[in-house]
Write a protein that binds this ligand. Structure first.
Ligand code: FAD
Ligand code: DHB
Length: 393
């Protein structure tokens, strides 16, 4: 057994855990990160792609902005497409804000490079991770690493271990309520080696379902299609994917360029919020505490927002001011519910719900009416721009 001591023990080396550890280091607070996957696995995981302006500001302030500045693609708005017509929503013109397309994988790569250079303690491939004594002021984390049993005692434990992690599940069932909403469709996402056919992201509602054109670089496109929840990847050979993307994203006088597909995955859509993000000496951050459907591009940004607030609260605690830390759970939750309603709205607005034959066609026409309203009203566009580009932390 190797007993260790640190101020903050962080479970999970996703963007939330890695960024929190980095922000704490910046504030002179030591932490240890415990992750159950390998470093290579964490680096290879392809997920979100859009950073809000506040997320870019946080990363830049913490010295992680170099590659975002040189390789990130700053977008002034998005396109909304319906009835085969494409409408530009110009955030910059509407509210003077923008977003940056920079893959989550790149954020994680920058964080791991920074931690490795600084010699941070991160245990990858930790097995049987468990948290204990959360009601006390000396919580513990136990795990096995390289066949050796480990125990870390800390002042606080942070659950940054994603939706399926162990931390949220360690809060007694009677002390927490889980709010959940699933959606009757999923996203099939691809990465393709081809220059994006668009300058900014296209979100399209089509009779056949939702489609989106995003990107990762001037040479790599990221595209998504609404598929059925029961669909598997073998039902979606490359030709069928391109055929559907052409049909749903096509507008007269514009061509979607095809390229070699290098990654393909299907993601279910879920809205989920835990009623508390703080319990005793445990704090939850990121997907461990809440999940959004991806339509509003809020998953990664919410993780960064939580961590920005939590790092500031922990820094204040060690400077003898507890107000922020005792208010973290509530402040992060209130912010999260504002993000939840936006993600739910974007999702309902842009997907075909075919579960109720009786209301299906009415709902589709009503969605088109809503899109007509949004694209025709500067007030509605401002509301969209403000929420998409991000609430201040
Ligand atoms: P995670 O990234 O999930 O990190 C949690 C970490 O904890 C992981 O490294 C995990 O291995 C580790 N862990 C789990 N259990 C344990 C344990 N018991 N012990 C130790 N470590 C553990 N958002 C968007 O906005 N757009 C998208 O297109 C998009 N696509 C997504 C696709 C998929 C398949 C998924 C799952 C999510 C997607 N998201 C997307 C959401 C976004 O990626 C997440 O919101 C973001 O990753 C949250 O970061 P996190 O650090 O909180 O959690
Ligand atoms: C991407 C993902 C999203 O969920 C979104 O809303 C916009 C872009 C992306 O992966 O690029």
């Amino acid at each position: 057994m190797s007993p260790e001591n640190t101020r903050v023990a962080i479970i999970g080396a996703g963007p939330a855990g890695l960024l929190l550890s980095w922000a704490l280091r910046d504030a002179g607070i030591d932490s240890i990160v415990v992750e159950n996957r390998s470093q290579d696995y964490v680096l290879a995981r392809i997920r979100a792609g859009v950073l809000e302006q506040s997320a870019v500001e946080t990363l830049t302030r913490l010295g992680l902005g170099e590659r975002i500045r040189t390789e990130g693609l700053e977008h002034d708005g998005i396109y909304l497409q319906f009835r085969g017509e494409r409408h530009h929503v110009d955030f910059q013109e509407l509210i003077g804000r923008s977003v940056t397309v920079y893959g989550q994988q790149e954020v994680v790569k920058d964080l791991i490079a920074a931690h490795n250079a600084a010699g941070s303690t991160i245990y990858y491939e930790a097995a049987d991770v468990a948290v204990h004594d959360l009601e006390s002021s000396a919580p513990r984390v136990t795990f096995t690493h390289a066949d050796e049993a480990h125990e870390i005692t800390a002042d606080f434990v942070v659950g940054a271990d994603g939706f399926h992690g162990v931390c949220r599940a360690s809060i007694p069932r009677e002390a927490i309520t889980l709010y959940d909403r699933s959606y009757p469709y999923a996203w099939l996402g691809i990465l393709a080696n081809v220059a994006p056919s668009t300058d900014e992201l296209i979100y399209a509602l089509h009779e056949d379902g939702f489609a989106m054109h995003s990107m990762r670089s001037p040479h790599v496109s990221r595209l998504y299609l609404q598929v059925d929840t029961a669909d598997s990847l073998d039902q979606w050979p490359d030709e069928r994917i391109w055929e559907n993307l052409h049909a749903r994203l096509g507008v007269p006088g514009w061509t979607l360029q095809e390229g070699e597909i290098t990654d393909k995955s299907i993601t279910p859509m879920r809205s989920f919020v835990a009623s508390r993000l703080a319990y005793g000496s445990l704090f939850l951050a990121g997907d461990a505490g809440h999940i959004v459907p991806p339509t509003g591009a809020k998953g990664l940004n919410s993780a960064i927002a939580d961590v920005t607030m939590l790092a500031a609260a922990l820094a204040a605690h060690y400077a003898d001011d507890d107000a922020l830390l005792s208010g973290y759970g509530e402040a992060a939750l209130r912010r999260q519910w504002r993000v939840q309603q936006f993600s739910q709205w974007m999702t309902d607005l842009l997907h075909r719900n075919r579960t109720d034959l009786q209301t299906m066609e009415f709902d589709y026409q009503s969605q088109l009416g809503r899109l007509d309203y949004v694209t025709g009203s500067v007030h509605a566009q401002r509301e969209l721009a403000e929420q998409y580009s991000g609430l201040p932390f």
